[in-house]
Design a protein around this ligand. Structure first.
Ligand code: GRG
Length: 309
């Protein structure tokens, strides 16, 4: 499978900031923390199943956004790492459940067989449940040197993000929209701001809150994140059409097969690319007050539209 950022070095050289090595460094940090976070104990099968998906790779974009934002605002990695891991646990559980036969029904994820293909549907459902509850336990018990009010704020936002007003709500509307390729752009936007955008937004905003950000900063960075969240999904829809299974690590061409309305099906590929670029430009404009310190968030926004998987 193509790794996160192989195609970025040339582009980022112009900015004198090497995003590829920045992303790799953060990814390694997060993967080591995730590995430590979840030892195998009795009953082994459930822990093995949780670890199978949690340590299966992926870009680790959500934890990276959390760490990067926290550092940009003067916080430390240590302050944000437990929440960064929790975000990845939640993201991974949503992928496990999304891949189930009752949902999107996919056999491959992150270049490997999906969790239910290896462990069975019963254990896959429970692995998702286990990761979801552990995410909250882990962030609540492992966070250090953060004001308690700020941590509670983050935990509350995480809850809202996964529930019916976030991922669950977006997924329900997505399921209801299957086989209806004529849904409106408004409905599509609702699905994706909830299913995909909400967790990306919470990743950025939680990093800010852990660092003790002002309301104004939270507002501004939330705007940045909403824009990159939608751009991320538009590009995801395009990649589903233009990439191979090998590049994506999951089945390609699924949206067409499942008769799903997507941004390219409503707008065409070129217009979709332009809209994604517009959203990224808008996101980057929110970072002006942070000057050079925002270079990683700027580069990540650009990466969203140039990524290949
Ligand atoms: C959250 C309680 C709870 C239930 C889950 C199944 C479900 C409800 C929601 C679906 C959420 C979902 C799978 C959204 C898709 C988001 C998306 C674009 C995933 C791909 O993200 P990448 O490209 O993946 O960052 P990697 O593998 O790189 O981490």
């Amino acid at each position: 499978m193509v790794t996160t950022s192989d195609n970025l070095v040339t582009q980022q050289e112009t900015l004198n900031f090497n995003l590829a090595s920045y992303l790799n460094e953060k990814k390694q940090l997060v993967e080591a923390a995730l590995d430590r976070s979840l030892p195998v104990i009795r009953p082994e099968k459930i822990y093995e199943s949780m670890r199978y998906s949690l340590l299966a790779g992926g870009k680790r974009l959500r934890p990276t956004l959390c760490l990067t934002t926290c550092e940009m605002l003067g916080g430390t990695i240590e302050m944000a790492l437990p929440t960064a891991c929790a975000l990845e646990m939640i993201h991974t559980m949503s992928l496990i459940h999304d891949d189930l036969p009752a949902m999107d029904n996919d056999d491959y994820r992150r270049g490997k067989l999906t969790n239910h293909k290896v462990y069975g549907e019963d254990i896959a459902i429970l692995a998702g449940d286990g990761l979801l509850s552990y995410a909250f336990e882990y962030a609540a018990t492992q966070t250090r040197n953060v004001d308690a009010h700020n941590l509670i704020n983050v935990l509350g936002r995480l809850g809202r993000t996964v529930g019916a007003s976030g991922l669950v709500g977006g997924q329900v509307l997505d399921l209801e929209s299957e086989g209806k390729p004529d849904i409106t752009v408004d409905t599509l936007k609702f699905i994706h701001t909830h299913k995909t955008g909400a967790l990306l937004e919470t990743s950025v905003v939680s990093g800010a809150i852990l660092a003790g950000a002002s309301d104004e900063d939270v507002q501004r960075l939330s705007q940045y994140a909403q824009n990159i969240g939608l751009a991320f999904q538009i590009i995801d829809d395009i990649l589903d059409i233009t990439s191979t299974q090998e590049e994506l690590g999951k089945t390609a061409g699924k949206d067409l097969r499942d008769q799903k309305a997507t941004y390219p099906s409503l707008w065409g590929i070129e217009e979709s690319k332009q809209q994604a670029q517009k959203l990224v430009d808008e996101a980057i404009s929110q970072l002006i007050p942070y000057g050079d310190r925002a270079e990683p968030l700027r580069a990540i926004a650009n990466f969203i539209v140039t990524r290949k998987n």
